[in-house]
Design a protein around this ligand. Sequence first.
Ligand code: 6CS
Length: 342
Amino acid sequence: MNNNRQLKRLAGIVCLTLAGMGLTGLSHADTWRYAHEEYKGDVQDVFAHKFKEYIEDHSDHSLQIYRFGELGESDDIMEQTQAGILQFVDQSPGFTGALIPEAQIFFIPYLMPTDMDTVVKFFRESEAINKDFVELYAEQGLELLTMFPEGEMVVTADEPVTSPADFKGKKMRVMTNPLLSSTYEAFGATPTPLPWGEVYGALQTNMIQGQENPIFWIESGGLYEVSPNLIFTRHGWFTTAMMANQDFYNDLPDKDKKLVQSAADYAFEEIIKHIDGLAEKSLKKIMDASDDVTVTRLTDSQIEKFKARAPQVEKTFIDMTGDSGKALLEQFKEDLKQVSGS
Ligand code: 6CS
């Protein structure tokens, strides 16, 4: 064999070896871990399973999903993700305030539109959501993959509430972010921050007299059993955020980064279909299950009394977050103007 042929043969062997590594060594199948904050069949669980379905249908990787309680509370699963024990997490901004104060923007009352189509358009198109928040989460070692709405916030209480005066003396459970406490203070109530695991028991024992959540959760968590007066205040939407540990994400080959992004996009579209009509279905289940439930839909003039308290919460948000929060709020409002067409 002359030198030339020997070289060609060697080159061929090297090529085959590299191709083999590509199939077996470099692109091996991994099992990724994903935790969220809800129960079987709830919105975050549906999202997680759609994400899993896409990943598993389009790669050799598999996804292990952990639901509420299996690995602890919301703060625990975030810590585990930051530490790299979990690769993916869904944590709602309601619990992210200490880590990313700007995430509390969702708790400025009456900032978000009330109709679902506009809300969905906002999540799809907003620069604040799709660019600014990505940067804010990245500063905490997190690759934000998507934010999505779960449902309109509805207040439940021990009696119907139609004005800030009716909230006087009521301890209202809030998720553990300081801005949401400011909102309920502004509404005339006494805010009581609690992790989710303590809410049902606290309502049952009258330690607290109310809370807020989307209807599907009031139904699935049985909150109406212990807090039967539902009040539609139209002050906000429950939003959540799904993300990856950033070191894990950055180390993925490009094709897996694309896979993860596409899986998040697919799950987003599926969840928008899932939440369409979900509140109505859940309300019907509640009404069928209980004779004690009352439903109060605030009139426009009743809403005005709560809305009048929103500017003080907006000011508190800026005090808490400084220039970064102020810029985010401006972008948020600009994006809302674009999607509302006003
Ligand atoms: O109120 C809460 O804490 C919970 N609410 C919803 C809709 N999802 C998860 C969260 O922990």
